[in-house]
Design a protein. Structure first.
Length: 187
């Protein structure tokens, strides 16, 4: 019988099938989060590492689940935005997050970076204290992102009035549902 130059059942017979390897273990562990955050939004901090090392800035956002925070105008890189409609697009500066260990709070007495501890005052209030000088570091006033003062917000068409929201509209009853309907229909 003459030999044929190809394999009669194709290449599948010639080479055994290889199955993908299954990786067991080495699953990614969740990041350990910080128990006590000593830096909050609105604080002035000094950057301790990176290209902006030694510069001071204002904390604009804190992401506690990832141990990250954003400092206004620091740790920036160029990000490209595609053009659309009237927007021409291009490269714009974008802030990258910093790890919480890469920043330090500024001591208000001498304007130098310091470690911070929580302590209690004589009145029982929990405050942040500079470990270097022992001075209290006040927390910045908390501001909402959508509005600064309540009087600046105008009531819209779909807003519930305060008088309507505070009015008692539920009267509790010990009757069953069908008994309440019978009472309402005078049956």
């Amino acid at each position: 019988m003459p030999s044929i130059p190809w394999k009669p059942f194709g290449a599948a017979v010639a080479r055994p099938r290889r199955f993908p390897k299954i990786r067991r273990g080495s699953k990614r562990q969740p990041l350990p989060t910080v128990d006590e955050w000593k830096v909050v939004r609105g604080d002035t901090v000094v950057i301790l590492a990176g290209k902006d090392k030694g510069k001071t800035g204002l904390v604009t956002d804190v992401i506690r689940s990832k141990n990250h925070l954003y400092v206004k105008g620091m740790n920036t890189h160029q990000r490209y935005f595609k053009p659309y409609d009237d927007f021409q697009g291009g490269f714009f500066p974008s802030e990258a997050p910093l790890h919480y260990k890469d920043v330090a709070l500024i001591d208000p007495s001498d304007k130098k970076p310091t470690d911070v501890a929580y302590r209690y005052t004589e009145k029982g209030e929990r405050v942040r204290v500079s470990e270097r000088t022992g001075r209290i570091i006040p927390k910045p006033t908390w501001e909402r992102r959508d509005w600064k003062t309540r009087s600046a917000v105008k009531d819209g068409d779909h807003d519930t009035l305060a008088s309507a929201a505070s009015r008692n509209s539920y009267i509790p009853s010990l009757l069953h549902f069908h008994e309440e309907i019978m009472k309402a229909m005078n049956i």
